[in-house]
Every structure is written in C-alpha cells, then in structure tokens.
Design a binder for this molecule. Structure first.
Ligand code: WQD
Length: 352
C-alpha cells in the first residue's frame, strides 16, 4: 500500500518540533494542514518552512490559526478537508509553569485533546501520532527507560501527558479501528541545518539548551547549573538529548507504521538516542561548537529533577525501523547556527 502522499493534519505545527516535522512531511510527499494558536510559536516559522521546502511543495501546505479548545475551529477544519491522519503536537510543555498554573495546562493539553478525539471520531479520521514525553516515566529507579516501565508523572505537565496517553489507550480499546502511535520524546534540542527554524521559547527559557544558546548570544549573562552533587561523572545531571530532525523523522516512521500496519492498536515508543550527556558536558560541547565561553553558576538541584534519564531505543528500532542519527556535536553545531543567525528568535528583535 502506498504509505505516503496522504493528507495530514498537524496540530501545533508552527512550534519547535512541529515545524521541523512539517518540513520532513512535505519532503516525503504528504499534504499538510497546520492548526496552531500561536501560544508558543510564530507565523514566521511557517513562512520559513515554506522557504525551506520551496514553492512547489508549499502548495501542499495550508495554515489555519485556531485553537483545539474551540470545537468550532476544529469543525471548520474537518468539515472542509478530509484528513488521513493527525499528528498531535499542540500543548504547553514547561514543567515549572505547569506547577504554577496547573489549570492552564489541563485546559490546554487535555480539553484540546479531548475535543480533537471527538471531532476526529465524527469525521472518521482514526489514525493518530501523539506527542508524549519521557516525563511520564517519573524518576525510574533503573535506566535506560523501557516502554513497559510503570508510568508515574511528577508534575502537572507530566500528568497531562500521562492522562493523554491513557485517554488514547481507552479510546482505541473501545474502538479497535483506531490506530495510534504515542511517541515519548526525551530532550528535544538542535535545529534544522539551514539555521532558518529552531526553538524560540517565549520569555526566560525553562530548558537547558535554549538557555545556553541565549547566554552564548548575550541575551542572558550566566547559566545556572542546577546540581553539582549528583552521583554522576562530573556531579551534574544526565539526560538523553535528541536532535529535532531525528525526532521529525521518528514521526514519519510512525506514520509509515500506521499506514502499513492494521494491528498497531495504541503503542508507545521512546524517541531518544540511548546516550546520556551531563549538563557540564553539554556546556563544553556548546562552547566548542560556538567558540563562546558559557559562564556557569553552580547551584543546588532543581526540585523534581532526576539524576539520569535516557532511553532504551530497541523498540523503535525494531518496530518503526527508526534510530537517531545525530550526536551532541551536530546538535550543538546546528543549535548554534540557529542561535547565531537568529539571536532574538523569530521576533528578530528584543521581545520587550
Ligand atoms: C535538563 C537538565 C536541569 C536549565 C523537561 C521535560 C520534558 C521535556 C524537556 C518537553 C536538568 C538542567 C536546565 C537550566 C540547568 N519537555 N538545567 N540549568 O527537565 O530534563 O525535561 O524538558 O518536551 O518533558 O520534563 O529538561 O532542559 O529543563 O533540564 O542546569 O537553566 O538541565 O536541572 O538536569 P528536563 P531541561
């Protein structure tokens, strides 16, 4: 069965992982519709995706500003176009903010998703790739994370991902014709090799790599390193940093699985490299790639952080035929290329 060329709805397609995945979808021959509310993204990212894929493939890209919390916005989309599958990225993802504003996270990440499931059901679109996160593993007592580990979220953001997974599993159990692939991202970083699209978080970054990049371009003075007494090689915490282009290709592999395998059910896969990198190792790698000194301030551990989190990648390799290609060197090269060419992200000038 021809497995590409179908019509795909991408929720949150103007965002960091969404925009990179849309580039790969268009290059793979899919027609793509994006719905995005610009809560943590910008139209400029969509414009640059069009530049990157060129005029011919851009004809197969449609953009709709809209919000999954509005059933009307979703009806407008599904009543006008038949979608063969949905890739569902849309959602807020800052752990710290989710602790401060849980209601905002449950509203955005869960109400929006439930609306989406309902409208997909109504229009008989039952193939879906869902964005989840390693955060659903909580703080496992052994590594690497395997997909059949007990799931235990440690914060409201993580709980929205865990609840989303459980909702998907229940829907597929109730109606076996649903084909759902859940992708658990480890730490998404890097940028498209062109330096034209990348991560552009609103306000002060929560995550390590956008924070490092803003120190490197002079937007922030110093990197606070949260934790120097972890039982690791250099005392700083370890994570599995995965290039956003590897992540994007993981979504293409998930679509291939969905379009060519009836019995996929609702299955979760880790998208990681399987390698652990410490905070201080990442700082050193970024200094090498950028030629910039990253001043650090060694601080106490951040509450809720785990010592080490990295993926077992066996299941995705075996069942999706997908394996991450890029390591820390390429990640830092591409992240610096994006940052140095876009020191103020898509805004092009200071936000305030
Ligand atoms: C990584 C390491 C920090 C900032 C979370 C979510 C996960 C995903 C990625 C969405 C930790 C340290 C960080 C800083 C630091 N989100 N750090 N100084 O917490 O592993 O994962 O973001 O997809 O779902 O759980 O990522 O980048 O925040 O932290 O020392 O200024 O860097 O303590 O050890 P995390 P992170």
């Amino acid at each position: 069965m021809e497995w590409s060329g179908q019509s795909i709805l991408v929720t949150g397609g103007a965002g960091f992982i969404g925009s990179h995945t849309v580039v790969q979808l268009l290059k793979q021959g899919f027609s793509v519709s994006i719905i995005d509310n610009f809560d943590n993204s910008a139209m400029e990212a969509v414009n640059r995706v069009r530049d990157l894929v060129g005029p011919k493939l851009s004809l197969k890209l449609e953009f709709n500003q809209g919000d999954l919390r509005s059933k009307e916005d979703l009806e407008n989309l599904f009543s006008k176009k038949t979608f063969d599958a949905v890739i569902h990225f849309a959602g807020l993802k800052a752990v710290g903010e989710s602790v401060a504003k849980p209601q905002k996270y449950y509203d955005n990440n869960l109400v929006g998703s439930i609306n989406l499931f309902e409208v997909m059901e109504k229009y008989n679109c039952k193939k879906m790739v869902i964005s989840s996160s390693a955060t659903v593993y909580g703080q496992p007592d052994k590594m690497p994370c395997v997909e059949d580990f007990k799931l235990q979220a440690m914060n409201p953001y993580g709980r929205t991902k865990l609840f989303l997974e459980e909702i998907a599993r229940d829907i597929q159990k109730a109606e076996p014709e649903w084909r759902i692939v859940i992708l658990r991202y480890f730490n998404p970083v890097g940028a498209h090799e062109s330096g034209r699209i990348g991560e552009d978080p609103r306000g002060i970054p929560n995550n390590l790599m956008p924070y490092i990049q803003q120190v490197a371009v002079g937007r922030l003075p110093v990197l606070n390193v949260y934790g120097y007494d972890y039982p690791t090689k250099d005392g700083s915490a370890i994570r599995d940093y995965i290039h956003v282009m590897d992540l994007a290709d993981g979504h293409i592999a998930a679509l291939r699985k969905i379009f060519t395998t009836k019995s996929i059910g609702c299955t979760a896969y880790n998208l990681g490299t399987g390698c652990g990198t410490s905070v201080l190792e990442m700082v050193t790698a970024f200094e090498k790639a950028s030629g910039k000194k990253i001043p650090v301030n060694m601080c106490p551990r951040r509450p809720g952080d785990a010592t080490a989190v990295y993926a077992s990648t066996k299941k995705a390799e075996k069942e999706l035929g997908w394996k991450a290609k890029y390591g820390i060197e390429v990640i830092c090269r591409d992240q610096w290329n994006w940052a140095s060419n876009n020191p103020w992200g898509y805004q092009g000038k200071p936000l305030n």
